[in-house]
Write a protein that binds this ligand. Sequence first.
Ligand code: DC
Length: 225
Amino acid sequence: MSVPVITIDGPSGSGKGTITREVASTLNWHILDSGALYRILALAVEGQQVDWGNEVDTRKIISELNIDFQRDASGCQVIYLDEIDVTKEIRQEKCGTNASRIAKFSLVRDELMLLQKNFIKSPGLVADGRDMGTVVFPEAVLKIFLTASAAERSKRRYKQLKEQGINVSLSAVLKDILNRDEQDESRDIAPLVPALDAVTIDSSDLSIDNVSQEIIRLYKARMNA
Ligand code: DC
């Protein structure tokens, strides 16, 4: 039997990361944080001073990336690039914006697709991103499109960044979120759109628990159908 995949796509700050961790932990499955791959690549592109418009050189960097996803003692994800802990650095708003800039390149998306497919491991995978259900895992057993209002998403992102000791203003976070929505939704390749067979959940007024329990319920219902 093939390894089951649940995809959770949605705009920036919709809570995909948190919900993905909750669902994966309940099911005891693996996680793919695909946004982290785009962010790591953006960091490497910046470090190597490749021009932001240079698609070919950006693609070349992918094969040289030495990425390691680890868990610390409390189970939190720690990400290394060339053995340097970049967990905090890649969460900076600047890195997210740069990730979105290189995410429009088809060469980059094709190359990262192969990397992402390697994350499928038994007993299952919860994959979060923008095109997990539409492009990378079209065979997923359950596809969720997670949304929330821009105001709610910026409040959540602001809180998250503060907790990580990253200093930003709420208005700057909102501006960044709107800007990123526009870049991610309007690109020609793999734009941020729900898969035709996705279930859309608006999490604006729902708790993390409500959303993850609903996803588990939907998954169980599919399994018993
Ligand atoms: O989910 P995130 O905020 O960490 O993602 C950062 C950027 O990476 C996002 O603005 C667009 C890009 N991205 C993408 O194009 N496709 C994905 N599957 C994941 C992220």
